[in-house]
Write a protein that binds this ligand. Structure first.
Ligand code: SF4
Length: 469
């Protein structure tokens, strides 16, 4: 039942019609996805790992559907498939049987166990179940790593970062060795093309990189001669183990910089690996910061190829400023992406008039204010938002363009403005996994997409239909 804030004629939860605005009592079209989805995406980026959801079958099906429609790849996610009895008496039996089946059918190198709302609500003791299982099998079989992911207290972003942290806590062994040319990269929830570009950048700086997670092959592989039950690729357990020997960790995402328990902070505190907290490298300024951190980690100047890319990006800004300058944007999605996009849009002269995320983010307003030029007094900043709130704000503030996932399409259609698809999920277009948006090269691609979307909209709105703009 919807109760609409600001709607003059609304229904209460009991179905009575009332007059005047009422506070929203229900989320309407959530601007977030469920927490274990983020964990499953991380587990898909670890070599030989099978994600395993402890809970009902539907959770795994929903997550698989979303990931398959975005990445267009087979995605297997196991489930302990709760019945009614398990929901009352606990899912220990199903868990043990499910793990047995997974080992038998997939022979995984690792099983990544994420909880669902149901198992969290009934209070299943996951660590106890894992220990009981491992004791019973005398430690034989693949390791199991657990991440707690109740979706009613988090979002897919939270699940993503939590899974990275739990993997590092479980496998990054203490060591006195430091490998000076080794760096850890902890990316935010980026596209496969972004992850590949990060690896390419590390190679240009002659750094050995461990990127966790790395689903650039597992969720965007080539065609196979024969079927693989678990997609090839991903970060190996040995690489995760060696993360404690790296000279530095580059942790991407503003929200992680303010989280004292982020994976990078943990590695610094517990394993002595210096952590550079960085924003999502979109736009010139945030990319400059990223490349400066790479230069420090490698003790090398920026390679010429990157300097050239920066020059071309500056030139593109100059060429197209008359088409983008003064426009207004609504941005929604994962919080770190929204901050990165707000910084980028502000840099190219587009005012981010709405910045919305479905997550509850510590210091959300401060994070945005630190990146949006000219302050945020006129910016509608929404956290814990749903698409209904976003739509209400957009109807009032009338942006020229929306940046976000496919979930923004109904609003873009209603307002007759373009939607530049970025983030997760993108399931009404092909190629989400190949969209590059990080670094100078990625920003250039994104900039062209934004500028061309505005041009196309102007062309479509024109009675004359100019072909020369
Ligand atoms: S019940 Fe919870 S974990 Fe399962 S799909 Fe729904 S939100 Fe996700």
């Amino acid at each position: 039942m919807n109760i609409c804030k600001g709607n003059p004629d609304t229904l209460t939860t009991t179905g009575e019609r009332t007059e005047g605005p009422l506070p929203a009592a229900a989320t309407r079209n959530a601007c977030k996805l469920c927490t274990p989805l983020g964990a499953a995406m991380v587990f898909k980026g670890v070599r030989g790992c099978l994600p395993f959801l402890h809970g009902s079958q539907g959770c795994a099906t929903y997550i698989r559907r979303y990931m398959i429609s975005h990445f267009r790849e087979p995605v297997d996610i196991a489930s302990s498939s709760f019945s009614e009895d398990d929901a009352i008496f606990g899912g220990a039996k199903n868990f043990a049987q499910g793990v047995d089946n997974v080992i038998h059918q997939y022979a995984p190198e690792l099983i990544g166990v994420a909880t669902t709302c149901l198992s969290e609500t009934i209070g299943d003791n996951m660590l106890g179940m894992i220990k009981t299982y491992q004791d019973k099998h005398c430690g034989d079989g693949p390791p199991l790593v657990h991440v707690s992911t109740p979706a009613y207290t988090g979002t897919h972003s939270d699940g993503y970062y939590s899974a990275i942290r739990e993997l590092i806590k479980a496998f990054a062994q203490p060591t006195r060795i430091t490998q000076p040319r080794m760096v850890n990269i902890l990316p935010a929830m980026m596209s496969c093309a972004d992850l590949r570009h990060l690896r390419e950048i590390c190679a240009l700086y002659e750094l050995e990189a461990t990127i966790l997670p790395d689903y650039s092959s597992t969720l965007e592989g080539g065609s196979w001669e024969c079927y693989h039950r678990i997609s090839p690729g991903g970060t190996s357990l040995d690489e995760i183990s060696e993360m404690a020997t790296a000279a530095a960790t580059l942790e991407i995402g503003h929200t992680q910089a303010v989280d004292k328990d982020s994976a990078g902070s943990w590695l610094e505190r517990e394993r002595g690996v210096r952590c550079d907290a960085l924003g999502w490298p979109i736009g010139i300024r945030l990319s400059d910061q990223f490349f400066a951190a790479m230069a420090t980690a490698s003790n090398r100047p920026m390679p010429a190829i990157l300097a050239d890319e920066r020059g071309r990006l500056v030139d593109a800004y100059v060429d197209a400023h008359k088409y983008v300058s003064g426009k207004r944007a609504a941005i929604f999605g994962e919080p770190d992406l929204v901050v990165g996009l707000a910084a980028f849009m502000s840099e190219i002269g587009v005012r981010p008039v709405i910045c919305a995320t479905g997550s509850k983010v510590k210091k959300w307003k401060e994070l945005l204010a630190s990146e949006i030029e000219g302050g945020t007094a006129d910016v509608e900043i929404l956290s814990d938002a749903d698409h209904a709130k976003l739509a209400e704000a957009a109807r009032t503030l009338k942006p020229d363009i929306i940046l976000g996932s496919s979930k923004g399409y109904p609003l873009a259609r209603e307002l007759k403005i373009p939607l530049v698809r970025i983030g997760f999920p993108i399931h009404d277009r092909i190629g989400a996994q190949r969209m590059l948006s990080v670094g100078y090269r990625g920003t250039l691609e994104l900039f062209d997409r934004v500028a061309n979307a505005l041009l196309e909209s102007r062309q479509d709105d024109s009675a004359t239909g100019y072909s020369y703009l």
